[in-house]
Design a protein around this ligand. Structure first.
Ligand code: S3P
Length: 457
């Protein structure tokens, strides 16, 4: 792989040239989990006392969270990937002097909206062009039902949040399995009178359909929070209750490596024969690991070793080999509906894997992909087509058939997961692939291309 730089109208946008690879080999350490890092920083800010967050995610999104907290008066010091943060308590944040810029980060804006709705001052949350297009009604409505005052004419950021409101606890049925919405309401619930209850959409097993890092971190820092599963006859409903009188205490938090960042290396190693990759200390929270079980179901050789628990999160090492044929395992091309929220961030890279599966891959019930950092269904379909794959687009997903990928000029659409997924597609394709605006990978994974360069051969 080699890098080129080109000068575009709006500044220097990086392009990456990717060539066919034979194998991937090596041991890799990846940046800290993005979702857990956001929660660690936000909850530690609302706690009393000092927290030390080890392996804090290095991507731009988690920098946006730290910068936002600083603007709210939280003392933050960083040494490498360790963050020292002095909690100011649930009501100790300061009125920001200007709008808070959440950059590209949906998690930052939605979680902070929940925190700021219950403060005694006014604030404005905004972000970059992509973030300002993403739907915010999903958080505005529940926050208003709790008594928050938010500029209601808008469905998107900037969000103007008027403080000095006393929030009241509500019982809320989440219309979509979204961890960002669930977390926003839980954070508002920390400052509401009474017990706030959230009911997630029904699912088939007793695992939260959306990621549950907020619940685990709240519990770890001492909140009065309860989680339970209610059997419905046809499945389970995950319910969470948080008491508004909860207080948090700062602690040492170890952030595992991000399984969503690992997914690019996992899929590449599975697809390239003679590969063996060891990825250490990866987060294995069951609300995030459907990727591993889906791949194992397709016949992939993935082993998990050295499991342990740190701050209520499961961690372990992944050993991924590319010698087992993917032909053996695949029974169905479609990924089951209940797994979609669990693998939502891995769908771009799974689409690339689909071109290697005997029956291809079908993703449905994934309309949420249309409102991510880009319209990921269109980005995936357009890029796969450019690379010669047979793809059909649906309103809620796509179907890709087994195809020989050919090198092409593809667009990241400014979306980090699209840039990284199509870099892996380039390794599997014949010829050369150019990823336009590849530097957006830094949103979640600075150093992605450097690590890739070290392990491919
Ligand atoms: C995230 C939740 C998911 C995910 C996003 C991170 C989080 O979004 O796609 O990358 O950290 O809570 P939704 O909650 O909108 O599904």
């Amino acid at each position: 792989m080699s890098r080129t730089n080109c000068l575009e109208k709006y500044g220097v946008l990086e392009m990456m040239l990717v060539k066919t690879a034979d194998a991937m080999n090596g041991e890799i350490d990846l940046p800290g989990d993005k979702s857990i890092s956001h929660r660690a920083a936000i909850l530690a800010s609302l706690a009393s006392g000092q927290s030390e967050i080890i392996n804090y995610a290095s991507g731009a999104d988690c920098v946006s969270t730290l910068e936002s907290l600083k603007r709210l008066g939280v003392p933050v010091r960083q040494e490498g990937t360790t963050v020292f943060l002095h909690g100011v308590g649930k009501r100790g944040l300061h009125k920001p002097l200007e709008p808070i810029d959440c950059g590209n980060s949906g998690t930052t804006i939605r979680l902070l909206a929940g925190v700021l709705a219950g403060q005694q001052f006014d604030s404005v949350l905004t972000g970059d062009g992509s973030l300002r297009k993403r739907p915010m009604t999903r958080i505005i409505e529940p926050l208003k039902s709790m008594g928050a005052a938010i500029d209601g004419r808008r469905r998107t950021a900037p969000l103007c949040i008027f403080g000095e409101r006393d929030l009241k606890a509500v019982s809320y049925d989440l219309p979509v399995a979204s961890a960002q919405v669930k977390s926003c309401i839980l954070l508002a619930g920390l400052n509401a009178a009474g017990t706030t209850k959230i009911h997630e959409p029904e699912t088939v097993s007793a695992v939260s359909p959306s990621r549950d890092h907020t619940e685990r971190m709240l519990e770890y820092l001492g909140a009065d929070i309860e989680e339970y599963f209610v059997a419905t006859g046809s499945g389970y409903r995950h319910e969470v209750a948080i008491d508004g009188s909860s207080e948090l205490t700062g602690k040492r938090i170890i952030v595992p490596s991000d399984i969503s960042s690992a997914s690019f290396f996992i899929v590449a190693a599975v697809c390239l024969k003679n590969s063996r990759v060891v990825i250490r200390n990866v987060g294995l929270n069951p609300t995030r690991t459907a990727l591993v079980s889906v791949l194992q179901g397709f016949g992939a050789d993935i082993e998990i070793r050295n499991k342990k628990t740190r701050n209520h999160e499961l961690i372990g090492d992944l050993i991924v080999c590319g010698d087992r044929a993917l032909e053996t395992g695949q029974k169905k091309a479609e990924i089951e509906r209940h797994l979609i929220p669990n693998i939502i961030d891995e769908i771009p890279i799974l689409s690339v894997l689909g071109t290697r599966l005997p029956n291809g891959l079908e993703i449905r019930n994934a309309e949420e992909l249309r409102v991510k950092e880009s319209d990921r269904i269109s980005s995936i379909v357009e890029n796969l087509r450019k690379m010669g794959a047979a793809v059909e687009e649906f309103p809620d997903g796509f179907r890709v058939g087994r195809s020989e990928l050919k090198g092409a000029d593809v667009e990241s659409s400014g979306d980090h997961r699209i840039a990284m997924a199509f870099a892996i597609a380039g390794l599997l394709a014949t010829g050369e692939t150019v990823i336009r605006d590849s530097s957006c990978a830094d949103i979640s994974f600075p150093g992605f291309f450097d690590i890739l360069r070290k392990v491919v051969n």
